[in-house]
Design a protein around this ligand. Structure first.
Ligand code: DX5
Ligand code: ZN
Length: 222
């Protein structure tokens, strides 16, 4: 089953609650929230108070992507604010196993993100502990970037490792996803597709954009 997670980074920040309600009404499965600290990535976005405000505007799962150094300092704040899925970057965690355990203890679903140049082997000893792995298909920091094709074989290799270990781990892909590559990433094994520009920038409206991504992804996996 394919899930579509619109990234509100591309939404109108002046109308975030309305935008969030609109994408959920349009068929979004998750609301993808990009948290950037101006240090791990050059951009600076939002923190726990905004996540708490989003929580009030929807019951849909909040998929919170922490692009920040040393995220351990803020895990409890984001879970208290209403994060359902909490994603940390492997490159930003000195003690990744400890961070994953902390997320699980707080009651959120733990996910680890890998930058395009980061090998899958960093997950060798923690894969069993994860609900989801986020394969970045752009260098994190900005919406509207071009998809990096090397993400496709990376997703395929991760999917085969997950199958080899008989796990139920979801694979999320994030960055430059559009109707032209949705089928490729889904066929490789991605089950959650993040999309910012392809949804919020779509001329035909959010519902049509989400439906098209889902159709393209699902039609090539059968
Ligand atoms: C990139 C973010 C992504 C991004 C997706 O740093 O993590 O979630 O906003 O936006 P598009 O789909 O426009 O690349
Ligand atoms: Zn993201």
């Amino acid at each position: 089953m394919i899930r579509i997670a619109p990234s509100i980074l591309s939404a109108d920040f002046g109308r975030l609650a309305d935008e969030t309600r609109a994408i959920v009404a349009a068929g979004a499965d998750y609301v993808h929230v990009d948290v950037m600290d101006g240090c791990f990535v050059p951009n600076l976005t939002i923190g726990p108070p905004v996540v708490a405000a989003l929580r009030k505007s929807t019951k849909a799962p909040l998929d919170v992507h922490l692009m920040m150094v040393d995220p351990d300092r803020y895990l409890d704040a984001f879970v208290a604010a209403g994060a359902d899925i909490l994603t940390v970057h492997a490159e930003a965690c000195t003690h990744l196993h400890r961070t994953i355990s902390a997320i699980t203890k707080l009651g959120a679903l733990p996910c680890v993100a890998l930058n395009p140049a980061t090998p899958l082997t960093v997950l060798d000893y923690v894969l069993e502990d994860l609900a989801m792995v986020l394969v970045m298909s752009v260098n994190p920091g900005f919406g509207g970037q071009s998809f990096i094709p090397a993400a496709v074989p990376k997703i395929a290799a991760l999917r085969s490792e997950i199958q080899r270990r008989s796990l139920a781990t979801e694979i999320e892909v994030d960055g430059g996803i559009n109707p032209d590559n949705a089928g490729d990433v889904a066929r490789a094994g991605a089950t959650v597709l993040v999309a910012g520009n392809a949804i919020f920038g779509a001329e035909g409206g959010y519902a049509a954009a989400i439906a098209e991504l889902r159709t393209r992804a699902e039609s090539l996996t059968v």
